[in-house]
Design a protein around this ligand. Structure first.
Ligand SMILES: O=C([C@H](O)CO)[C@H](O)[C@H](O)COP(=O)(O)O
Length: 232
């Protein structure tokens, strides 16, 4: 598939999410992610507002579902999400319910391997249970905790190649990627590139970052879109 750039709107108001998404789409971003903080703060209203403003843009609802999977996915699909996220740590039945809702409502299911004992095994399990994409994810708190204790901050690139090789479905790497790392994802075989907090959002304040965000995003999109097909 052709590489896709997704912006994660880890913000807490609809107004700021719309403003940041507007700018991102102008810069060439392909998919919008309603981040977990936005879903918590604004719920389905946030998804509906994004859908109304951007009728044709795919919207990922980063639900991080752990239980009650069918209803959560169904509600997000009804509000206009095109993709939902379920955790590898969830029970098999929950992942299966989200996959069933995905099939029933025509939304893509992304399985997130964050905090799974072995991230490669988590990715394999998510694929076996029917997910359409893998989110290979180093958690925000986890990586910051390691860094605060003086350790090297883990990067999703560390195991990205192994995860890509373990599954046949498309993979995205998430969790503190720098601009340079984000641009490299397609070269690792991961066609979905997520621009998260370090690039776009002030991670400490959950506000849009200062600086010329639009120009930075445009540059990143140009570089990622310059890649040929990624083989999956
Ligand atoms: O899912 C996310 C995280 O768990 C906080 O909710 C973020 O959207 C995702 O990690 C992308 O942002 P960065 O980690 O800052 O790159």
């Amino acid at each position: 598939m052709k590489p896709i750039v997704q912006i994660s709107l880890d913000l807490t108001t609809i107004a700021e999410a719309l403003e940041t998404a507007e700018l991102a789409i102008r810069a060439g971003v392909d998919w919008i992610e309603a981040g977990t903080p936005l879903i918590l703060a604004e719920g389905l209203h946030g998804i509906r507002a994004l859908r109304e403003r951007f009728p044709d843009v795919p919207i990922v609802a980063d639900l991080k579902t752990m239980d009650g999977g069918y209803l959560e996915a169904e509600m997000m699909a009804g509000a206009g999400a095109t993709h939902v996220v379920v955790m590898a740590q969830a029970h098999d039945e929950t992942i299966e319910c989200v996959v069933k809702a995905g099939r029933d409502y025509g939304v893509g299911v992304m399985g997130d391997n964050m905090a799974y004992d072995t991230m490669v095994d988590g990715a394999r399990r998510l694929e076996d249970l029917g997910c359409d994409y893998i989110v290979h994810h180093i958690g925000y708190d986890h990586r910051r905790g390691i860094a605060a204790a003086g350790g090297r901050m883990p990067s999703p690139l560390d195991d990205l190649r192994a995860v890509v090789d373990a599954v046949k479905i498309p993979v995205q790497a998430v969790g503190g990627l720098s601009i340079e790392e984000a641009i490299q994802c397609p070269a690792y075989g991961a066609p979905l590139v997520v621009l998260g907090a370090p690039l776009t959002i002030d991670a400490d304040a959950f506000k849009t970052a200062d600086g010329d965000l639009e120009s930075s995003l445009r540059l990143i999109c140009e570089k990622v879109h310059a890649y040929d097909e990624v083989q999956r």
